[in-house]
Design a protein around this ligand. Sequence first.
Ligand SMILES: Nc1ncnc2c1ncn2[C@@H]1O[C@H](COP(=O)(O)OP(=O)(O)OP(=O)(O)O)[C@@H](O)[C@H]1O
Ligand SMILES: [Mg+2]
Length: 254
Amino acid sequence: MATSDPRPAGDSLVVMSDVQKHYGDFQALKDIDLTVSRGEVVVVIGPSGSGKSTLCRTINRLETITSGVITIDGKELPKEGKGLAQLRADVGMVFQSFNLFAHLTILENVTLGPIKVRGMKKADAEREARVLLERVGIVAQADKLPAQLSGGQQQRVAIARALAMKPKLMLFDEPTSALDPEMINEVLDVMVGLARDGMTMIVVTHEMGFARKAADRVIFMADGQIVEEAAPEQFFTRPESARAKDFLSKLITH
Ligand SMILES: Nc1ncnc2c1ncn2[C@@H]1O[C@H](COP(=O)(O)OP(=O)(O)OP(=O)(O)O)[C@@H](O)[C@H]1O
Ligand SMILES: [Mg+2]
């Protein structure tokens, strides 16, 4: 696990400068300036369509940007080729849907990337995968197929799979929103553990409990812009903008 980085806290890992993103005539991201430090946990919150997923997708270049600059660990995002594959390996992503390979066992799902992309030997990859599966609490399921696991278990496999690549950064896009309520906490607990171990994380979620427990900073987006950012407690108890107040009032009453 890349958790014992010797560099001091406060060192920037992700820097987005003046980022604009258009889909045709529609502007999905406007004037985004965001710096995420190594070891920092940033929760991104905001109404549907505000650009949260687009923000995540531009950071691992699943989406290109119209203008501006994004750097990870001081390097501008590569446009294509080997550099891009390397970047994707450095940035772990966990989505709402788990996207596990249905025909591969849990263990094979976790070892595939390290073997194919990192060039690890199968035995080494399996040893590391079992450690990760242990960490997310599902090592007993290693030889099962994804369909034999609950949604919460599958999402924990997806987290283990991303961690197996030893990413510098983990992006989570609403990782618990497709789960039954009783499974949400088992996934959030794994994420809280990761945060405590020093992983740099950008997490799109409306789970306030997670934000309060694990986030260093909350970013509130609306209409493609970062409208407000604050420490979790401050954001949830004393939001400043009318948009954030309105959004939070709806979140709490549901
Ligand atoms: N591939 C695309 N082509 C055109 N428009 C898109 C595309 N992807 C997203 N958009 C638009 O960009 C805006 C931001 O979308 P995005 O998915 O980032 O929002 P979001 O904040 O993640 O919303 P949600 O909470 O519903 O997941 C939306 O208006 C969406 O319709
Ligand atoms: Mg989204």
